[in-house]
Design a protein around this ligand. Structure first.
Ligand SMILES: [Zn+2]
Length: 223
């Protein structure tokens, strides 16, 4: 068994050389500025690499990831990232990104035990419980993806309800919250049409986005 992971260091050296040859001075320029426009809050899943799938370079996206892209009002880790991004970096967009085939969402949906994360995804189970009656009407094969979309919308409203975002809006700062989902099967992002740029719009945007999720997963017609 290798203990040094030389191949990753080799890859890293090749990557740094490639970036520098394509764009001379890239890394020294990066040192001088850090003013990303976007904060990405996504799932920790290895198959959803934030920068790559929107084709942005390091420095262009501020990123926070956790299991099932949850925004929890007492999570100092996520809140600290959000506060730094909003108040100091002055990002213009906070984007919550879920993905199809999310193991955390699936575990929450089906009460699967996966370990310590069971306690974390209790927050996602709260989403399931809130929409349990409707989820029952969704065909079993589509339920996990429907639940994934609901979870993104619920986490986006959580973002809108943080003091960080509300204070930013209160002082007239330009800041837009978005809810997106990424398709593992096709590599494409989908906008769940919950785009909120001021507090007064949050409630209607939430209701509209939830209604849109429901319309994408209609109950089968009775036989
Ligand atoms: Zn996931």
């Amino acid at each position: 068994m290798t203990t040094q992971l030389d191949e990753l260091f080799d890859n890293n050296r090749r990557w740094a050389a490639k970036v520098e040859s394509r764009s001379p001075g890239f890394f020294t320029n990066l040192l001088k500025q850090q003013a990303p426009q976007y904060l990405w809050i996504g799932c920790a899943d290895r198959r959803v690499p934030a920068n790559e799938l929107v084709d942005l370079l390091p420095g262009e996206l501020f990123v926070h990831r956790n299991v099932a892209n949850a925004v929890v009002h007492s999570d100092l880790n996520c809140l600290s990232v959000m506060q730094f991004a909003t108040d100091l970096l002055k990002v213009k967009h906070i984007i919550i990104v879920g993905h199809s085939g999310c193991g955390g969402v699936n575990a929450a949906l089906k009460d699967l035990r996966i370990g310590l994360a069971d306690n974390w995804i209790r927050h996602v189970q709260d989403v399931r419980n809130r929409h349990a009656t409707w989820l029952e009407t969704v065909p079993a094969l589509q339920r996990a993806n429907a639940m994934c979309e609901l979870n993104v919308v619920e986490q986006a409203i959580n973002v809108c309800q943080t003091t960080i975002v509300q204070d930013a809006w209160q002082r007239g700062q330009e800041l837009v919250v978005h809810a997106w989902v990424y398709g593992l099967h096709n590599g494409l992002l989908q906008d769940l049409e919950m785009t909120v740029s001021r507090l007064d719009d949050a409630g209607v945007a939430y209701e509209t986005a939830i209604a849109a999720v429901r319309s994408r997963y209609p109950a089968p017609a009775p036989a």
